[in-house]
Design a protein around this ligand. Structure first.
Ligand code: ISJ
Length: 77
């Protein structure tokens, strides 16, 4: 029972990691387009929306998760 459920968790983690990598690639496209047109990599008002989305869905730890995702997607600021 436990080992079967752990296999499911491992499979879910693989999917989550794949989604994070996909998010990083899409985020990079937006950042590169903005930088090419003379803008900045980071857009703080958009980041506030992303943080709020995760906080509403997952509570306070959702904010921490979103901060980590943002760091993965645009580097440290
Ligand atoms: C992808 C963007 O660029 C940056 C990366 C973000 C993200 O990964 O969600 C959000 C805001 C920006 O700091 C965007 O502006 O949408």
């Amino acid at each position: 029972m436990i080992s079967g459920a752990r296999e499911r968790i491992d499979a879910l983690d693989d999917r989550i990691i794949g989604l994070v990598q996909e998010r990083m690639a899409v985020s990079a496209v937006i950042q590169e387009a903005r930088i090419s047109s003379g803008g900045r990599r980071v857009n703080l008002s958009r980041e506030m929306e992303v943080l709020g989305h995760y906080r509403e869905a997952l509570g306070k730890p959702g904010t921490a998760l979103a901060m980590t995702l943002l760091e993965l997607c645009r580097g440290r600021i």
